[in-house]
Design a protein around this ligand. Structure first.
Ligand SMILES: NC(=O)c1ccc[n+]([C@@H]2O[C@H](COP(=O)([O-])OP(=O)(O)OC[C@H]3O[C@@H](n4cnc5c(N)ncnc54)[C@H](O)[C@@H]3O)[C@@H](O)[C@H]2O)c1
Length: 274
């Protein structure tokens, strides 16, 4: 079987990690790497460096992976989907209904892939959404205050967290949270895509800033299913991910992201979780 050719958009923490992994793996080929600023990497051959994203089709990618910024999906998502399968690493971009609609509408030949990230049980939740039996979904993320990268009111609220007391920064729709914490809630955006019968307005997101949490990021997922004889089906999981203070992305999230990239591609048109 031909090797999957991967194009990487963004050369920050995740982009560097994925580029190295692709070059090391025997089953993957690097098609291109793009960054908005010049890539200064003596070990990366010039033939891999794409200088203009509009030309990325010249590198014949099978799968394009965005690990830069949510704005990339808005600007280039439809173009990518015309060329190859597309894995959106910053799925908070899809909290804009217009972006979600344009990407779904463009995934007619190739597929749009959403990495599950720290979202446990994505496949089961997707199946329940497909059957219409998913009644409610809540995702709670608890981190040390230094691990959040927030905007507007949430930033001010988090700056005031002190002592030992955990503070709830936000509890409401995932749609409302994505623009306030775009780097922290990719997992919740993946949840909203999996739980497509509830979507970004129906899935509940909760962010808790906890000064006691110096070594972990905690992601809790609460699923509510149908009522049977007056009793609700329910599932509750808690994922404790080791992370240093100040780390926006937990250690296990890098390897989870790589697994998603390896699984992504080749499943035809439409939206897929990976
Ligand atoms: N899905 C997940 O589970 C998951 C996990 C971690 C990070 N992410 C997301 O992946 C993306 C990259 O994460 P990272 O940790 O590598 O970040 P990073 O800050 O280390 O790297 C980001 C890279 O993108 C570039 N960039 C920033 N803003 C840009 C813009 N407006 N247009 C084009 N390029 C831009 C930067 O120059 C940098 O090279 C972020 O959006 C982050 O939220 C997703």
């Amino acid at each position: 079987m031909a090797h999957k050719r991967i194009g990487i958009v963004g050369y920050g923490h995740l982009g560097k990690y994925l580029t190295k992994a692709v070059l090391e793996r025997p089953d993957l080929d690097l098609a291109f790497v793009w960054n908005r600023t010049t890539i200064l990497e003596p070990d990366l051959e010039d033939k891999y460096i794409c200088h203009n994203l509009e030309d990325c089709g010249h590198y014949s990618p099978d799968l394009i992976v965005e690990v830069a910024h949510p704005v990339i999906s808005e600007q280039y998502g439809p173009m990518f989907l015309g060329l190859a399968d597309y894995m959106v690493g910053s799925p908070t971009a899809l909290a804009s209904q217009a972006v979600e609609d344009s990407l779904r509408a463009s995934a007619t030949t190739h597929g749009l892939y959403i990495p599950a990230g720290a979202f446990w049980g994505a496949e089961d939740i997707l199946k329940m959404a497909d059957r219409g039996t998913l009644k409610a979904l809540k995702v709670t993320m608890t981190k040390h205050p230094s691990c959040f990268k927030l905007e507007e009111d949430l930033k001010a609220k988090n700056a005031q967290v002190c002592g030992n007391e955990a503070v709830t920064l936000y509890d409401g729709s995932v749609r409302g949270l994505c623009s306030l914490a775009p780097n922290n809630v990719n997992t919740m955006a993946a949840a909203a895509m999996a739980a497509h019968n509830l979507g970004f307005d129906g899935v509940q997101g909760c962010l808790i800033s906890d000064p006691k949490l110096t070594d972990w990021h905690i992601v809790e997922v609460e699923v509510t299913g149908p009522k049977i004889a007056g009793k609700n089906f329910s599932v509750k999981t808690s994922r404790n991910n080791p992370a240093d203070p100040g780390a926006v992305t937990g250690t296990a999230t890098y390897s989870s992201f790589l697994s998603s990239m390896v699984r992504a591609g080749g499943h035809g048109p439409g939206v897929h979780l990976c």
